[in-house]
Write a protein that binds this ligand. Structure first.
Ligand SMILES: [Fe+2]
Length: 236
């Protein structure tokens, strides 16, 4: 399996603290059946982890995983918060954050927790026009999407992909996130699944999340989901 959202890079955000914790996270991911991880440290007003840092730290961690013979391949990325249209546009234009994988055909975006950014449709449209597919991190965890899914459905119609967190599907973010995550799968609106793992305590659960997906959507939908996720890193 491939994990497209993971805070495994050491010492850059609120994820892994050091190389040792990152290696431990990679071991747990390997045991869960994960073989590729897109590293997605936060890119926001608190943690501005730039693409340069992502690439440098990724090399360092990959070397350590190879040294410890942990069979995981790392790919670059960021989780970019839509702090404001200006924040996103400036950094996108400047190439400050890393898109997903070496092909750079996708970008992982995140809403602020306090409320929906009304500029999102414009940002999404502009990305799609430029040939970049935006993937929205864990919409099922945001109260404003659960209370009023219309905005989210509109974004999906434009061409946005969603990333549902495996932890939501197994109930670790409460009954509402679980129900909304399952509803996204039932209605064909869960385009990717990921762990959003931050440390060794927060287990990946990707295998369990995939099993929930398959139980709801069936085997062929799961194969399509995995192929879609694979395409993000294979377009190098
Ligand atoms: Fe995250």
């Amino acid at each position: 399996m491939i994990d497209i959202h993971c805070h495994i890079l050491p010492g850059v955000d609120d994820g892994s603290r050091d190389l040792e914790e990152s290696a431990a996270m990679a071991r747990i991911a390997y045991e869960d059946g994960i073989r590729d991880i897109i590293v997605t440290p936060h890119f926001n007003e608190t943690y501005l982890t730039t693409a340069d840092t992502v690439h440098r730290k990724l090399e360092e961690l990959q070397k350590e995983l190879d040294r410890q013979a942990i069979g995981i391949r790392l790919h670059p990325g960021n989780e970019v918060r839509l702090e404001s249209k200006g924040f996103f546009d400036d950094h996108h234009r400047g190439g400050t954050f890393a898109r997903l994988g070496r092909g750079g055909t996708h970008v992982l975006i995140e809403q602020r927790w306090k409320g929906y950014d009304p500029d999102t449709p414009e940002i999404v449209e502009r990305l799609l026009d430029a040939g970049v597919v935006p993937i929205l991190a864990h919409p099922e965890r945001h109260f404003f999407f659960r209370e009023d899914p219309e905005g989210l459905l509109g974004l999906i119609e434009l061409g946005l992909w969603t990333q549902v967190s495996a932890d939501s599907l197994v109930g670790n973010f409460g009954p509402e996130a679980k129900a909304f995550g399952r509803w996204l799968i039932e209605t064909g609106r869960a385009h990717t699944l990921a762990t959003d793992a931050h440390n060794v305590e927060r287990k990946p659960n990707l295998g369990a999340g995939m099993a929930v997906f398959e139980e709801i959507a069936g085997k062929s939908a799961r194969a399509e989901l995995e192929a879609r996720m694979r395409s993000i890193v294979d377009r190098a």
